[in-house]
Every structure is written in C-alpha cells, then in structure tokens.
Design a protein around this ligand. Structure first.
Ligand code: PLP
Length: 391
C-alpha cells in the first residue's frame, strides 16, 4: 500500500496510518522482522495516539513536567472509568498503588502473597510472559488448561489447586481476565465460583485485567474485585493495551478490602518505577479517551467479522471463533497439517508474523495468534499471504 492511494478514515483510528508510516515506527512490532514481513504479532496497535492523550503528553513536555510521579490521579480516573463503563463503584483509590507496568505489578503482588517455591496456577494456553516472569521469580507453574470452549475448567482448577496445596503453603491463582489469547470474558458466575473455590482451597487470586476496556459489542466485562468472595483478591489494570501506551510505563495494583494489609507491605520503591509522563498519559486516556476507545472497539468488531469472512473464503481449514474481548484472534491451524508451529510456516513462506501458539503453553501447539488492532487492508493482505504460503 503506498501513501498516494492511502485514504485515512477520519473516524476509525485503526484506519488512519499507512503501512509506510507504520514502518517508520521503531517499536518491537515494527523492528523485530525485516521490512518484507507484515507484522501482526505483539500486542501493539496500529493507531495514532488518542488526541486527549497526545495533548496531555505535549502539555507536560511544554511545561517540562517530567519529574517524579505524585498523587492518585491515575487511580481516580480508573475508578470513574470503572463506574461509568462497568457499573462498578467499588474501586477504592486508597487500596491502589502505582506500579511500573502490569507484568512487574504481577510480580510484586506475587511477592506479597507467596514465597519462593510456592506454585502459581495459570489457565493455559496463556500469555507467554506469565511463564517467564513467574518462573524468574522462583515460583513453579501449575497448568490448569481451559476447556475446549476456552472457558475456565473447574475440574482442572480443582486438580491444580489440590496439587498446589500439597506442594506448598501459599499457592496463587494467576487469572487472566479477559483471557489472552482466546479473548474469553469470564462471567460474574464464573468469577464468583473462582472466588469461593480459591477461598475453600486457601489459594490467593491475582488477576490481570489489562484487556478489560477492549470488549466486543455484545460482551460486558466483570471486574474480579466486584464479585462476592473476592475481597482478598489483587488486580492489575492499565490503560496500556486499550490506548497503545506500552511505551509510557504505568499500571495500577488494586486490591479488595481483605488484601489491604498485603498491599500496605508493598515496598515504597516499587512506586518509583512508573513514569510520571506515563501516568499523565494513562490518566488522560481513562478520563478523556472514551470516544476514541469506542471508535477503536467498533473498528475491532468490523475486523473480527472481516477476518471470519476472509478465513472462510481463503483458509477454511483454520478454526476461528471471534473473541468477546481483546484485539487478538486465536487461530486453530491444526487442520492445515503444518505441525506444532504454523506461525513459523506463515513467517518463513508467507512473510507474515503472527505469535506462535507453542509459546502459550499446553494447548498452544498448532495455533497462532493474530493481532487485529490494524487496518482491514493489512488483515486482508495477511490472510492473502497466509493462504499463498500453504497453496
Ligand atoms: C494479559 C497481558 N498482561 C500483561 C501484558 C503486558 O502489560 P505491561 O506492558 O503493562 O506489562 C500484556 C501485553 O500484551 C497482556 O496481554
């Protein structure tokens, strides 16, 4: 696609940047692979910054407001966003703490409620850094696979919790809600069951809710801390996925009333990690970026429909269930006969970069994850390349 024929859509943020503009980016998505590869892998979005976010950063730079963070503006903005978007008025600003990003926030929450050697239960297939960060912290992983519908399998969870309790005193359940890579949105009933189940087994729950703002039209997000029984839960939220702010480091740890004492033990120096400008950006996104987000969500609904149609036409052997949340598409490529790592075949033969399913743990072999936070043109081109790769 050349710039000459590129006609930006003034409403849909996913349609505003040409491939030529995107290739000038220096972030991981655009610099990991050579120029002939179309990158639809890591969770970055092909959007310009939301205008209120860009303005807040520009104002901070103009003022030289680039010192250390102070205050609770980020938590206040998230509390208001949660009240308006999810009808949840229970986010207590006094039970929040700023952390550098969601993954480092998870590490800090795990340190608060478990010790070295205590196991961490995850629902595989799941976001690969869950394995890396947790193991690097000296906590073994116990996998509790999702069921065939991509939902929490309570029998598998019971097994995992049983193992955890046998192995050590303080097991933790690291829940991904909504789930990456399947986009599963856990229901209030499921989350209530999780809370009760965890209490019964003496397991603490740390929940990664980074994708919460990115919901499909028909789905609604339920914050874990809003369900009965979750009062000792610990959550991590951030504006970074929904507004593409991963390069502007900041996130929030939020805990229920029975975990307030745990959060109080978080070392003060952890709050020195997030960037002040990052917090300004995240706060502006949550406070004033709602219209922009709605435009992205509507574009993502279109992209999921588009992908379903393209796959049905060009790659009918690929299984795809449009997700209820996230901008990720989890593609079941087992019917193509490409082995455990179809993403590698698409990369080598098709010059399109998807995330490799094997990295997502048990249940990921034969799958690939596609990032739909891009334009319909690039999704169409990616499927064309994938089909050509196996023709
Ligand atoms: C489930 C999940 N958690 C955490 C992250 C990373 O968040 P952060 O950059 O704030 O650590 C991602 C990024 O894609 C994610 O999908």
């Amino acid at each position: 696609m050349s710039r000459d024929i590129f006609a930006p859509d003034s409403v849909n943020p996913l349609c505003q940047l040409s491939l030529e503009q995107l290739r000038r980016r220096t972030s991981m998505k655009w610099r990991t692979h050579p120029e002939d590869v179309l990158p639809l892998w890591v969770a970055e979005m092909d959007v310009p910054l939301a205008e209120p976010v860009a303005r807040a950063i520009t104002d901070a730079v103009a003022l030289g407001d680039t010192g250390y963070p102070a205050g609770t503006a980020y938590a206040e903005a998230l509390a208001e966003f949660a009240r308006k978007r999810w009808g949840w008025g229970g986010l207590a600003v006094e039970r929040t703490a700023i952390v550098p990003d969601v993954m480092l926030g998870i590490v800090e929450m795990l340190k608060l409620v478990s010790g070295p050697g205590d196991p961490v239960v995850v629902n595989c297939p799941v976001y690969p850094p869950f394995y890396q960060f947790v193991r690097n912290l000296g906590r073994p992983i116990i996998e509790a696979p999702l069921d065939t519908e991509g939902r929490i399998d309570f029998a598998a969870l019971e097994d995992a919790f049983g193992h955890g309790v046998q192995r050590a005193g303080r097991p933790v359940y690291l829940l991904c809600s909504p789930h990456n890579p399947t986009g599963t949105v856990h229901t209030a009933a499921e989350l209530t069951h999780v809370a009760q189940f965890a209490r019964t087994h003496g397991v603490r729950v740390v929940v990664d809710e980074i994708h919460a703002p990115i919901m499909a039209a028909a789905a609604s997000f339920v914050p874990y801390l809003s369900v009965p029984g979750a009062e000792n839960g610990l959550s991590l939220m951030s504006a970074s996925k929904a507004w593409n702010l991963a390069g502007l480091k900041a996130a929030l740890a939020i805990v229920g009333p029975d975990a307030a004492d745990d959060l109080a033990r978080m070392p003060e120096e952890v709050s020195h990690g997030p960037s002040h400008v990052g917090i300004i950006a995240h706060t502006a996104a949550l406070r004033d970026g709602g219209d922009w987000l709605d435009a992205v969500l509507s574009g993502l609904d279109d992209n999921r429909r588009l992908l379903a149609g393209l796959l049905a036409e060009h790659l009918p052997a690929v299984g795809y269930e449009p997700a209820q949340a996230t901008y990720l598409a989890w593609l079941d490529c087992r019917g193509l006969g490409l082995g455990d790592d179809p993403a590698d075949v698409f990369l080598q033969r098709g010059r399109v970069a998807l995330s490799s399913g094997v990295d997502f743990g048990t249940g990921g072999a034969g799958f690939a994850r596609m990032n739909l936070a891009t334009s319909p043109e690039l999704i169409t081109e990616a499927v064309r390349r994938m089909a050509a790769a196996i023709a």
